[in-house]
Design a protein around this ligand. Structure first.
Ligand code: S3P
Length: 178
């Protein structure tokens, strides 16, 4: 498959962007970049600590910087945090410079996957289901701008991966015909 630019995975927390990104990179023989992990390494702080002590706006700045740097790589697979595309400048970069894939799941699946994960600061205060529903409502119109949309249900990750590769193939073939 001819991958002309970096592949960027977007979507809500808990859809499996990191696991799927890792598997996708492996099967395409490309470098894998996880933006949240790179931010933690850069700042030497956990994501909840960055949110708590430096604030979300600071996190979004570093996130934009890290994504900008990662997009310099020719072909690679990049997994982004769920809120990255809510920042217009970050979203614009992703739409322009990458092949974007939105992974989406039903809310009950997200809740099951996220569970009591203390590493997700946006769930710190309040009811998880309500927070998720609100974020989904705000973010879905943005996520929908991605080049490829993939629904991830309860199936094994390998099956979702197969769907991604199939859609990616069709998309890159259509680009070549243009
Ligand atoms: C966030 C999602 C997280 C992380 C941060 C903010 C969000 O990444 O970037 O906690 O705004 O949805 P994951 O989507 O990998 O959980």
């Amino acid at each position: 498959m001819n991958i002309p630019k970096p592949i960027v995975l977007i979507g809500m927390m808990g859809v499996g962007k990191t696991s799927l990104g890792h598997l996708l990179a492996q099967s395409l023989n490309l470098q894998f970049i996880d933006i949240d992990r790179d931010i933690v390494e850069k700042e030497n702080l956990s994501i909840p600590t960055i949110f708590r002590t430096l604030g979300e706006a600071y996190f979004r700045e570093i996130e934009l910087q890290t994504i900008t740097e990662s997009l310099q790589s020719k072909a690679c697979v990049i997994s982004t945090g769920g809120g990255a595309v809510t920042i217009p400048k970050t979203a614009k970069l992703i739409w322009q410079q990458s092949l974007s894939i939105w992974i989406h799941s039903d809310i009950d699946i997200l809740i099951k996957r996220i569970g009591k994960d203390s590493n997700r600061p946006l769930f710190k205060n309040g009811n998880q289901e309500e927070i998720l529903k609100k974020l989904v409502k705000e973010r879905v119109p943005i996520y929908k701008k991605a080049d490829i949309h993939i629904k991830s249900g309860d199936e094994p990750l390998e099956d979702t991966l197969k769907k991604i590769i199939k859609e990616l193939n069709a998309f890159t073939n259509s680009l070549e015909k243009d």
